[in-house]
Design a protein around this ligand. Sequence first.
Ligand code: HEM
Length: 459
Amino acid sequence: MEFISIFFSFFTLLSALFFFTSSVRGGRKNLPLPPGTLGWPYIGETFQLYSQNPNVFFASKVKKYGSIFKTHVLGCRCVMISSPAAAKLVLVTKSHLFKPTFPASKERMLGKQAIFFHQGDYHSKLRRLVLRAFTPESVKTIIPDIESIAVDSLRSCENRLVNTFQEMKTFTFNVALLSIFGKDEVLYRKDLKRCYHILEKGYNSMPVNLPGTLFNKSMKARKELAQILAKILTLRRESKTEEQKDLLGSFMEQKEGLSDEQIADNIIGVIFAARDTTASVITWIVKYLAENPSVLQAVTEEQEGIMKGKDDKGLTWVDTKKMPITSRVIQETLRVASILSFTFREAVEDVEFEGYLIPKGWKVLPLFRNIHHSPENFPNPEKFDPSRFEVAPKPNTFMPFGNGAHSCPGNELAKLEILVLLHHLTTKYRWSMVGPQNEIHYAPFALPQNGLPITLTRK
Ligand code: HEM
């Protein structure tokens, strides 16, 4: 009797489960797509997106359809989302349903094995290796070297008209190499820089590998970069010195078992992730400080205070933790400039989302910039006001470094190198902007017009 009732309950449970899953599946198919328009066949709404500031496109769609809408750009059907809760769902809570996705040309240039393109065990392992090279404990040991790179960078800009973004790209490139190769970086700087310069020109090109195309030149530079990296790996293995604490040392640990190709793809990937992002944030800070004299004065006073009792000794980790005003300037710049306006994911199966269907294969774009510029999250959002960060932002409303499994592992290093550069910039220099600077260029990161030309003079 008992057996029959257990069997019966089991059968009922099974049928209920079957009914439930099939009705969800059937239900999903019947769910509506998010509101919005798909535009013309194939080209979709690509022209509307790129014929104006892309943020105008996003903002007008949000106004018309709400925080989730569909569109069709660059040959892809997309769902764009701009509510903090929905962004958290895609990037954190349901991240297994949304895989990272990139244009084919980027994947071939950075290398298939780079961290960005993976999920699961391989991704977790790489992330652990990258994170341990960028913990506060690790990055604090390279502060004196970051400082000397910053001092040299600023000195090289003295008394001439400079393109802030280009100069800061050199600074952030050198810091990235330092964090990857340790002090050895100067040995490889010139060659790596030459190859990387050619490689980056092809990042957004059509993947046509014919002689003379940008893509073809980039692929050749990519090959040469991999050869230089292979040489560095051999030299390090032969030198038999103690295991080093830099990123290369972390990747090379024998027990981790990474192949040389995997190491090369990830080193090129980290340079890519570290350089232009940090350089564009610094460029925006230089602009906002020039436009907001009272904020510049507050930052300068804070930095002079740090400099005072130091007798020309270098900055320490503890010093960098005593810079609340400067840190809030960095936070507010990350919010207002939102240099990464959005990121890309792809639905790995049909997903039910806030009562809508996101079909398998559709791209999903969390719109960071819209979240950072929503008056509900940040009152008077267009105003540059670092003091708003005296109070912590509402959860999931501030994501300059992303969120979840793919969030930025380099954020401590990025903040540290910006603080060190600002310390020397504000205590030793005056600068003025040259020419018009009202427009924003997207290349692809948001940038002030023409990379912000300035003149820099010693105080
Ligand atoms: C202010 C400068 C930076 C900003 C705003 C920034 C922003 C971001 C964001 C938003 C993501 C997540 C993208 C996504 O979820 O699709 C990301 C990922 C990443 N960032 Fe950064 N980043 C910066 C600097 C750096 C630096 C200095 C490094 C390395 C030294 C770095 C290394 C990486 C890596 C390796 C990833 C991929 C992580 C993964 O896929 O697991 N970033 N970054």
